[in-house]
Structure formats: structure tokens, C-alpha cells
Ligand binder design. Sequence first.
Ligand SMILES: [Zn+2]
Length: 262
Amino acid sequence: MSHATNYMITCPCGMVFRSKIYEYVNTRQDPQLRYTVLAGLLNVSTCPNCGRRSTQSRPFIYSDPAHFLLVYVDPTPDISDEARRDTLEKLLSVRQKVGIEVSYRVPVKEKLRVGSEKHVAGVTIDTLQSSAEGSVSRGSGERMSSGADRAMREGKERSGASFAERAMREGKEAPPLHVVFGLKHLYELINAALSQQERLGRLALRTFSQREAERGQLLDIARKFAAELQCQVDAEIVSGEYTVWLYGSRRQIGAIMRELTP
Ligand SMILES: [Zn+2]
């Protein structure tokens, strides 16, 4: 089962609202979440008042049993070496408890420094730069504060590790646990595991109408398709144009396009 916690988010506009933050994503139970992740929309909060977006960079576990993929994701690409080591140590202790392989890759510069010794121990690390290339860019410069921010920071490794443990116990033949820092590398792992037809596709439904009723109609249509075909819906307003995006596999998006074009 995927797992999310509701947090109270305070927007710079003054609005206080609830937002769902995922700690554990399981695409067997919630196939649409694969595309939420690939669209860069997981743990992104949208203010219902002003539409401002912000990303809650809490670590989460991504589990896709059908593709033998299990990943611990710390979305912070520029995490300190110390924090990184900390996370890895915790995950390695989970590994010993559950008896599962933990898989990392050492970035080139680190490989040179530590030599091959760490490879023998199976401890290698991947880091990535902050550019979210290939994803849809989200969020504004201004940061929203969440009341639970500090609690999230304090508890993040621990809860991440405990979800990792749970994910490992759930699978009889558990895949190795990949550890990544930065979302870009998660997208690479997912895309490498998916066939062309399973990769992210998207479709925009647009209207220039300012009328709530017409915009609502567009959103209803999108939601109907999304529910039927396990897609993700996201609405945005850019210079007066109302756009509803549908994110799903290329196969599903193709099917929706065929239904919409007579
Ligand atoms: Zn706001």
C-alpha cells in the first residue's frame, strides 16, 4: 500500500491548506502514481487560493514490483556528504536486518578518491545535480513553509528507512534497493525499466473561456479519463488560458486521444 501523510501548508499569500505528502509509493496498488512521479508532481503542493506551487522535498520509497524496482529517493540533490553517509548507514543497517542487497553507484570523482575498496563492500553512491532535466519544472522561487517542516527533517531518514524495510519485507523476491539523491536519477531508473509504451505521455485540454462552468467541464472530462485509465490530472492557468494536463503511459494517452478525435 502506498502511504501518505497530510500536512498543513502555509502559503505566502496567507492561505493554510492540507497537502498529501507521500513517504511510500507503490505502483502496484496505485499505478497512476508512476506518472505523478515522472511528471514531477509528487509531493508538489498547489495553493487552492493563488495557485502557487511548492515542492516538499521529503525522502520517499518508490516501489514498482512489476518492474523489479525499489528505490530510496532523497529528492535533495545537493545534500551534504555527512547527511548522505548518514542515510546510507541507516539503509545498510536495514539491509543487514532484512538481508537484502543495497545498490549504489559511486559518482566518478568519488570513485577516484575512495578507490575500489568501497566497491568490494558494495557501497557506492549516486549524486545528481539539481537540474530537473526531462521533468516538468514545478514550484516558484518563493518557498512555502509547512508546519511540520522541522519534524519532517528530523524524522525523514528514520521514516524513509522504516518504509524501506517494510517495502523489502513485502516482496518475497525483493529487488535490490537503489539509493538516489536527486529526482533526475529516479526518472532515469524508472525510464530504463519501462517499455516505450509505458513511458510518460501527456495530453493538454485547453480553453480560453473565463467561465467557471466551461473550465469545470473540461476538468470533469479529464478526471473521468484519469479515473478510467489510471492517469494523473493537473490544471494550470497561464495568461488567461486554462489548461488541463493528463499524464499517463503513452499507451493510455494514445487511447484517450483516439477517443477525443472523431
Ligand atoms: Zn497561495
